[in-house]
Write a protein of this length. Structure first.
Length: 165
């Protein structure tokens, strides 16, 4: 996995913002399969703010390790805003982190769980909760990498906005 200089700069910005406030971060990943945590820990000093990650690729693992409610999965599907938010809450609870970023979606090549390839939800769960829905196209690796880059850029924007307030 190659990390662009732009993403590296955003990761450094995220770490600086979290460090300045004494905050921490964890991830709950599905379609990104650990790639987001890899990207978030590529800079020196990552352990100052990054606590850990749970890669819950299958629905049963989301339920057992992240405490996602089976009813939520049944009602909304595993590829949903609601599941992404519950994944984020599960990561925060598991690690005791201030913030969690959670990814769920379909990397492709075909549809899964009633969702088309490229449909992705990224939840940012912490002092505030926000969700970004993505509709991406391309091969599996393209969808994964675009999700990772978008998650990092979106989280940097959230922290920038929060720091202005």
């Amino acid at each position: 996995m190659e990390i662009s200089n732009e993403v590296l700069g955003l990761v450094s910005e995220i770490h600086s913002s979290l460090r300045a406030r004494g905050e921490t971060l964890s991830t709950a990943e599905s379609l990104t399969a650990g790639g987001l945590s890899y990207a978030l820990t590529i800079v020196p000093g990552a352990s100052d703010v990054f606590l850990g990650s749970i890669t819950a690729y299958r629905p049963d693992v989301k339920v057992s390790h992240l405490k996602v409610d089976e009813k939520t999965i049944a009602q909304h599907s595993v590829v949903s805003e609601e599941v992404a938010i519950q994944m984020g809450h599960g990561a925060n609870k598991s690690f005791g982190s201030t913030w969690a970023i959670a990814t769920t979606g379909v990397a492709g090549p075909g549809p899964a769980d009633g969702s088309e390839a490229g449909k992705v939800f990224v939840a940012f769960v912490g002092p505030i909760t926000q969700v970004v829905e993505l509709s991406l196209s391309g091969e599996r690796e393209v969808v994964r990498n675009a999700t990772i880059a978008s998650a990092i850029a979106s989280f940097a924007r959230i922290l920038r906005q929060r720091d202005k307030d």
